[in-house]
Design a protein around this ligand. Structure first.
Ligand SMILES: [Mg+2]
Length: 350
């Protein structure tokens, strides 16, 4: 863990606010023609020409969204970019620019923030995103990170949450529940470490789960994949809070119902085995776990042949008339009302 009391570390006050911004952003150079002016003036200047501009923002708060006991700062920087970019992909767009604002307490030396920015830069490079601004201030306790993301899409390509129709197929990318179970494993190891700091954890069998928690990858590949298949979703959302609450968002915005089939929900074998170990129901984890950053969308039934057999895409249900309600169809073929039990940082534990 970084500690400002270490004499070899550089305290934030040595650089000052402007020195810190310059220092942390000195390696960023714009990659997009739409970046007219990046860092270095009062505002960035972006030019998306005749495309539509997509904007989203997300804040991460230490102790609420992340725990630095097991979250390396470089991973945190990477994940903060993914969380934001995912919202642009969920509009069927391309993420192009971010601004990054941070408020560290004085327990963070400059070297810690360099780690954070190394993760931000890695994500920005891999996802072809320009860092065009931001702010730094101090916090009295903990670390705050706020990122705004900008993206672009052709007007006819933008997909909203509101376009689903009855009989549309409900499709999800990747697999679900792994990030949440990665968090459970990390929380357990933290408790073991507290009790016995000499314990050597063997986390090999949990690698996939821990990676999904600490280094999620947003689905940049899906908008171009769908375009290549000739499929435009009728509605779309990203899965940050758990499948059930995102399905409910699509239904409420589109004024439809849904039948979601338990047996169709894609689970990695590692999720199934760790759920057995923790005595948790894997369907419940996929429905409520969150932080998967997969995409959930609906397509017209007539597009089914275009996506059939694609290993990235799984049909998990279909939309119904609003009056039919929102249901999970269990393996025993029982219809039970779908409830939002997604992770919600505004809600106290119940
Ligand atoms: Mg979202």
């Amino acid at each position: 863990m970084f500690d400002n009391s270490e004499p070899t570390k550089t305290s934030l006050s040595e650089l000052g606010e402007f020195g810190l911004i310059d220092h942390l952003t000195k390696n960023f150079s714009p990659k997009h023609a739409s970046t007219i002016k990046a860092i270095g003036d009062d505002a960035a200047v972006l030019d998306f020409k005749d495309k539509q501009t997509l904007v989203s923002t997300d804040m991460l708060v230490e102790g609420v969204h992340f725990d630095l006991a097991y979250m390396p700062l470089k991973h945190l920087g990477y994940k903060a970019v993914m969380v934001n970019a995912s919202d642009i992909y969920a509009m069927n767009g391309k993420a192009t620019h971010i601004t990054v604002s941070i408020a560290p307490s004085n327990r963070f030396p400059v070297e810690a923030l360099e780690e954070l920015y190394a993760g931000i830069q890695l994500a920005a490079d891999l996802y072809n995103i320009d860092v065009v601004g931001g702010d730094t201030t101090s916090s009295t306790s903990g670390l705050f990170i706020s990122i705004s993301v900008f993206g672009e899409a052709e007007k006819e390509d933008v997909v909203y949450r509101s376009g689903a129709q009855a009989n549309d197929l409900l499709v999800v990318t990747g697999d679900l529940g792994a990030a949440y179970m990665g968090l459970q494993v990390l929380e357990r190891e933290k408790q073991v470490f507290k009790a016995n700091p000499n314990a050597q954890p063997d986390l090999d069998q949990y690698t996939y789960l821990i990676e999904r928690q600490l280094k999620p990858e947003a689905r940049k590949d899906i908008p171009p994949l769908l375009k290549g298949l000739g499929v435009k979703p009728t509605s779309m959302i990203d899965i940050s809070d758990g499948l059930s609450s995102e399905v409910i968002h699509l239904c409420k915005n589109s004024k439809t119902g849904v039948n979601l089939y338990e047996e169709k929900v894609p689970l990695d074998p590692a999720v199934i085995s760790v759920c057995e170990e923790f005595e948790l129901d894997s369907t419940m984890i996929a429905l409520s776990g969150g932080e998967d950053y997969e995409l959930l969308f609906t397509i017209a039934q007539s597009d089914f042949d275009k996506i059939k057999g694609n290993p990235n895409l799984t049909v998990i249900g279909h939309m119904t008339e609003e009056s039919a309600g929102m249901h999970l169809i269990t393996r025993a073929n029982q219809a039970i009302p779908l409830v939002a039990r997604g992770w919600n940082s505004m809600k106290s534990e119940d």
